[in-house]
Design a protein around this ligand. Structure first.
Ligand SMILES: [Fe+2]
Length: 180
């Protein structure tokens, strides 16, 4: 009996070796793509202060898609003030815990946070160790003061300036691998 239904993968192939697969555009990818992708060693990227109670370890800047990736470290009692998203942010909690004044949940290690365009909220950490959040941040984020005045619209250029200005001031080499 023949079975014409398509097969589905039940598990990934597991040959522990490099397999050369056909690639008709190998030359184009080599010239125009990012062969090998990017690798950024975390400890090569400094913790750059973000106010008195937070710091950012920058990981990547995609200037074509207005994306920055980093680890945000908010210390205990720290606040990332009210902000509105104009793009989409994806985060995973690595350590500690984080919550938002506007919501009733608390995110701990391994938890996933998705922040789509249009939402406005205020991030705090009450955990004794604060929180570390891996983030993939696309699009502008508007920051407001306590009187609802717009302070700045932050996007990939802000993140690059935050990273590079700190590196220059402290004699830390700029890691070109971070620029996608
Ligand atoms: Fe947010």
């Amino acid at each position: 009996m023949s079975d014409s239904s398509p097969t589905t993968m039940k598990a990934p192939p597991s040959a522990y070796q490099i397999i050369q697969i056909p690639e008709p555009y190998a030359d184009v990818i080599q010239r125009r793509g990012l062969p090998g992708g990017k690798y950024v060693k975390a400890e090569d990227s400094p913790w750059v202060p973000f106010g008195d109670n937070a710091a950012i370890r920058h990981l990547a800047f995609d200037v074509r898609n207005n994306i920055a990736s980093n680890i945000l470290w908010v210390k205990s009692g720290g606040v990332i003030g009210t902000h509105r998203h104009r793009g989409t942010v994806v985060m995973v909690c690595l350590e500690g815990s984080v919550r938002y004044l506007e919501y009733d949940w608390v995110a701990g290690p391994g938890d996933f946070i998705y922040e789509p365009p249009g939402i406005t909220h205020t991030l705090v950490s009450d955990h004794p160790q604060g929180v570390k959040l891996f983030g993939w941040l696309q699009g502008p984020i508007e920051f407001y003061d306590e009187h609802a005045n717009l302070i700045e619209t932050v996007d990939v250029w802000w993140y690059i300036h935050h990273y590079e200005s700190y590196c220059r001031a402290h004699g830390i080499p700029i890691n070109e691998e971070m620029f996608i």
